[in-house]
Design a protein around this ligand. Sequence first.
Ligand code: C5P
Length: 235
Amino acid sequence: PRTAAVIPAAGRGVRLGPGAPKALRALGGTPMLIHAVRAMAASRGVSLVVVVAPPDGAGEVKSLLDAHALPERTDFLVVPGGETRQESVRLGLDALPPEYDIVLVHDAARPLVPVDSVDAVIDAVREGAPAVVPAVPLADTVKQVEPAAAPGEPEPVVATPERARLRAVQTPQGFDRATLVRAHGTVTDDVTDDASMVERLGLAVVVVPGHEEAFKVTRPLDLVLAEAVLARRRL
Ligand code: C5P
């Protein structure tokens, strides 16, 4: 089976502070998106990477890919994204040639995922799971709250799920292509990851071990950590 990776990279990165779209910000002097593309292409199982660019930035992203060294055995496509992550992923799926039957969806905002994690997800899909997510245990206890009645009001706690049974879910998430396409064609509510759409269809989603270096660069402190991880790798 042939595997393609879709990289949604159309987010503005508001939480990271003012500046370029998040995926285009530099990490160790190289745009975050290029790190993410290389992380996918590093897997021998991935033969196509589809980058979903900011809606008005597809040309810029194409030039970026041309300007950076990428493995020759991998093909690349760039398509313009949408208003939401979900829409961006769907636009990426629409661009996939027919011969790919396994699809990875990987956040551009997770530039440092190690290749072993990518391979583990692909292997689990090849072994028959329709949907696979890499995940790690939580350090923090998580509480469910009732949203504050008014800004600045305290938030009442509703529940505390047992921490040992919670996982923080990362990407790449891996799917049987037909399953993911069906999920994107059926589920219309707002979701924050692709696997939850497959769950809504009533299908099984399995977890494989994630990696601490696959964290999502969201806030300014995450950039500090990402720079430190890169520097350590270059030692
Ligand atoms: O906002 P969040 O951190 O969940 O974004 C995760 C990934 O989805 C990022 O790589 C971001 O660029 C992408 N995204 C997108 N299109 C949007 C919003 C987010 O491709 N409209």
